[in-house]
Design a protein around this ligand. Structure first.
Ligand code: MF3
Ligand code: CO
Length: 266
């Protein structure tokens, strides 16, 4: 069942999505070597509550934290931990926020210190692929057009591994709505998009092979070859000529550039 949103609903969703962006900007301000991801999760939880909202992930299918924080070879759904981040780590921070009846759900990958040229390139290309997917999120196109654009830029052009087991999704009153948005697929395949469809588009791209496994905790997804993986996620509303991006990387990137502990030379 696909739910199309009215314009007033989209404006409510924009508030939820922007609140996620603001939470990610807060993370961007304080990230540095020595900080623990559990500390970041606590800050995220307080920020969400202080803004009169609810963390979408907490208790979702018994997920036990406010956010997912995935370091290096962890692809997504990483548990916040007591261990300290170190120079050269890459960190995907994924936050969901429920407010005014709608969810926002998006993510950003940061590099704590210099990750080296190969990993910096993986981050840059994954973010580019996200925007290439978003370019295809216009009415009349099909979901496969988004999928194909992401796969082309990452797997075909750069030889990276595109994770198959996890996909983007519709977003709204529920955290996960139809349709699924794979990061691989055929041009012209899948459901046709209409105006008012809100999607969370989230490429998960591995430096090495595409294969992943889930740890015994039931959540943490890691690459089988233990090479790094990058995750970016935006929330967008399908429109006629150009998708309306409801989340905002601008404030996150500004904080990233202002923080000397983060690499931002992409
Ligand atoms: N952005 C992720 C997703 O859409 C986050 C979900 S984490 C969970 O699947 F805990 F809520 F499952
Ligand atoms: Co998501």
């Amino acid at each position: 069942m696909i739910y199309y949103k009215t314009q007033p609903e989209v404006e409510l969703m924009r508030q939820s999505c922007l609140l996620v962006s603001k939470a990610l900007a807060e993370v961007s301000k304080i990230l540095k070597p020595g900080i623990t991801t559990l500390h970041l999760d606590k800050i995220i939880g307080s920020f969400i509550k202080d803004n009169g909202a609810v963390p979408s992930f907490l208790h979702y299918r018994d997920y036990p934290f406010n956010s997912c924080i995935s370091v290096n070879d962890t692809v997504v759904h990483g548990f916040p931990r007591e261990s300290e981040l170190k120079e050269g780590d890459i960190v995907s921070v994924d936050i969901g926020i429920y407010k005014n009846g709608f969810h926002g759900d998006h993510a950003y990958t940061f590099a704590v210190g210099d990750p080296g040229p190969k990993v910096a390139e993986l981050i840059k290309i994954t973010k580019e692929a996200l925007y290439k997917g978003i370019e295809k999120a216009v009415s009349g196109n099909r979901i496969g057009d988004i999928s194909f654009a992401i796969q082309e830029h990452t797997e075909k052009k750069h030889g990276y591994g595109v994770v198959r087991e996890l996909v983007g999704h519709g977003l709204g009153k529920h955290l996960h709505e139809d349709p699924q948005v794979p990061n691989y697929g055929k041009r012209g395949a899948g459901p046709k998009m209409r105006e008012g469809l809100v999607l969370a588009i989230e490429p998960m791209i591995n430096m090495g092979v595409k294969e992943v496994y889930t740890e015994d905790d039931g959540w943490t997804v890691r690459t089988v070859d233990h090479q790094p993986s990058v995750h970016f996620e935006h929330d967008v509303c399908v429109r006629k000529n150009k998708a309306d991006i409801l989340s905002d990387y601008g404030i996150i990137e500004m904080a990233e550039k202002a923080n000397p502990n983060l690499y931002s030379g992409y």
